[in-house]
Ligand binder design. Sequence first.
Ligand code: URA
Length: 247
Amino acid sequence: MTARRALFLEEMGLTPLWRLKAGRGGASNAQGLDRPAPVAAPVSAQATIDADERAARIARMDWAELKASVAACTACGLRKTCTQTVVGIGDERADWLLVGEAPGAEEDARGEPFVGQAGKLLDAMLAGIGLKRGEDVYIANVLKCRPPGNRNPEAAEVARCSPFLARQVELIQPRLILAMGRFACQTLLASDASIASLRGREHRYQGVPLIVTYHPAYLLRSLPEKAKAWEDLCFARRTMTNLRQRV
Ligand code: URA
């Protein structure tokens, strides 16, 4: 093991894992990860047309319009309870796009994704594969507004916010998307499959290669899954190397 990798493992709290791995029989990976994402209720034909028109409008926006549109959005009720919208952060032409679920309390207060405890772990994870927030990396969430009390996003909220993320992907044109956690994975892949079943292979979102991994907040609570997340990161880094060679 290289010194850098050892440092990363220690930073992620992974070093005790080698001890835990042997006897992890009692570890649970329940944590709601295998529950399917919520399914939207049926909508009227007119509502579908309106949603399609809105998505088409968003799909034509440049960055300035997109940011203004997110900031002014009232398409779901979340804007009433959050402090501010959190559109995303980083290099707007990054090769790496990381996608999480929704802003939490600290993100809501500061207007930047992943700045709380989960964010600190994410930064350590990025450092482990030689990446740094903002440098060839863009970080976004499926939802741009914090759900009250950090409750799970609702299907209608995900549906209304998704065109923004779709446009971000088109504008950034990342080489690789790392989807973190059940909501990001299931939303981007339009699937209700578990993270466990989606890990370890290349998927596609809007034609962009996508790799799934666990959410950093989940990893804070589940030490055994950190080893899997490390595998995912190494897989993502290898995939990026291959993608760069393909050009
Ligand atoms: N969890 C997320 O999914 N996103 C954030 O920005 C913070 C915590």
